[in-house]
Each structure stands twice: as structure tokens, then as C-alpha cells.
Design a protein. Structure first.
Length: 250
């Protein structure tokens, strides 16, 4: 009596296929982890560059902005300023809002916990633009563009308060078109940004007055008077002769 061998050639092949699939999965995961590590490393390098640039500003104030503007603080004082600014934002800006910060690219100033922090000026992809606006009008136009994208607040840290004096028309624009909700020398100024399509109360009042003037006065029975229609040539719908208007028509 002969014994048949159990199993067959199929099972080793199935194991080989499963093993190859697992190796491919682990290889792909390794690639993803490697890319994440590279990205984290690049972020650390960029942050080191920002810190180095700020440190350079301490010893070379002329690098901090256009000619005649003050330099930045020493590193320790600057870190304390960042903490104060974050505290101000947490007290004045509701959670979930989008906050523009004149940041010079410092990620610490846009890390606002449960609020979205955007660099200002803001470049493509949401990164710091890397340059100052050419003039006051350019700064205003950039603000309005970011408002249409969802920005609701604008913060000027102490190190950037000179913007309000240097850029012609910027301070007036922010204080009349928007609302200053916080200002403390040595810390920051915070503005609540209004949508560019929102009209002021004065505009709304003028519009109401215009409508009131253009509307006819009511008749003795309290109803608005009827306007007399133009006589028309039947079939053609064209007016014939001068128009006769009612005594209350505008």
C-alpha cells in the first residue's frame, strides 16, 4: 500500500506571494517615514535660519526693516514678547478665527493653538512672503485679498508697529475701515478685520435716506399714490405724447 504525500506545490507558492506583498508594504512604509523625517529636518533647518536671522538683527539693526526703523529685541526679550502676544491673542480673538501676524517668518508667532495663524505678508502656499510691501497701497490691497480668503484679525507685534507710521494710509485705513480691539506699547496692536463687501453704518444710513426721498409720500388714505401710466399706441406699446406724472411722483 502506497502513502500519498500530503500538501502540494500550491501552498509554498502562496506563502511566497504573501511574503513578497508584506515586503513591498514595509518598503513603502519605510519610504513614507523617510520622507517625513526629511521634511521634519528641513523644517528644523528653516527654523534655525529664522532664529539666526533674528539674532543677526540684534547686532545689525539695519537688517530689521527699511532705513530708519528700529531693530528687534534681544533673543530673551523677544521670546518673552512672543509669549505676551500669544496671551493677548488668546484673550482677544475667539477660537477658530484666522489671524494674520506680521511675523518676519517666525513660526512661533503663527502657532496659535485653536486659532489659525497666517504669516503677513503671506506668500504662495501659505508661507512667509519674504519681503515687505512696496508701499501703503500694496499693504492695504494684500490685507483685503487675505480677508476674502478668510482672514479675520491682524496682529502687529511690537517689533512691527513701525508699519503703522511708515506705510502711508495704512493706520487710517485700519482704524476707519476695520476696528482696533487692542493696543499696548511694548506688546502688540490687534485689529478685527471686516469683510471688504460690508458697508458702514453711515453708508447704510445714506442709502435709507435716499430710498425715503425717492419713495412717494402716502395719500390721505395711507396708501401710496398710483402713478399715471403713459398712453400707448395700441398694439405697438409705444408712448404717444408727453408723460403725465402724478403729484407725488419723483
Amino acid at each position: 500500500m502506497r502513502l500519498r504525500k500530503r500538501g502540494g506545490s500550491g501552498r509554498p507558492k502562496e506563502l511566497e506571494v504573501a511574503l513578497r506583498a508584506e515586503i513591498a508594504r514595509l518598503t513603502e512604509r519605510e519610504k513614507v517615514l523617510r520622507d517625513l523625517l526629511i521634511e521634519a529636518h528641513e523644517q528644523l533647518i528653516r527654523r534655525d535660519d529664522v532664529v539666526a536671522r533674528l539674532s543677526e538683527d540684534v547686532t545689525n539693526p539695519s537688517r530689521s526693516g527699511p532705513a530708519g526703523q528700529p531693530g528687534v529685541l534681544k533673543a530673551s526679550a523677544y521670546h518673552e514678547l512672543v509669549k505676551r502676544i500669544r496671551d493677548v491673542i488668546s484673550r482677544t480673538v475667539p477660537a477658530g478665527e484666522t489671524v494674520l501676524v506680521v511675523s518676519k517668518g517666525d513660526p512661533e508667532l503663527t502657532d496659535l493653538q485653536d486659532r489659525r495663524g497666517w504669516h503677513f505678508p503671506r506668500g504662495a502656499g501659505g508661507v512667509y512672503a519674504g519681503y515687505y510691501p512696496a508701499d501703503g497701497q500694496a499693504a492695504i490691497e494684500h490685507i483685503e485679498d487675505l480677508v476674502t480668503q478668510g482672514a479675520t484679525f491682524l496682529v502687529f507685534p511690537q517689533t512691527s508697529l513701525w508699519w503703522l507710521d511708515r506705510y502711508d494710509g495704512l493706520r487710517s485705513y485700519l482704524e476707519t475701515r476695520h476696528e482696533k480691539i487692542f493696543h499696548e506699547e511694548g506688546t502688540a496692536a490687534v485689529f478685527a478685520l471686516r469683510a471688504t463687501t460690508q458697508r458702514t453704518d453711515a453708508d447704510a444710513g445714506e442709502s435709507s435716506d435716499s430710498r425715503a426721498k425717492s419713495s412717494p409720500a402716502p395719500g390721505p388714505d395711507g396708501r401710496p399714490p398710483l402713478r399715471r401710466r403713459e398712453k400707448t399706441d395700441e398694439g405697438a406699446g409705444r408712448p404717444v405724447g408727453p408723460v403725465s406724472r402724478g403729484p407725488f411722483a419723483s
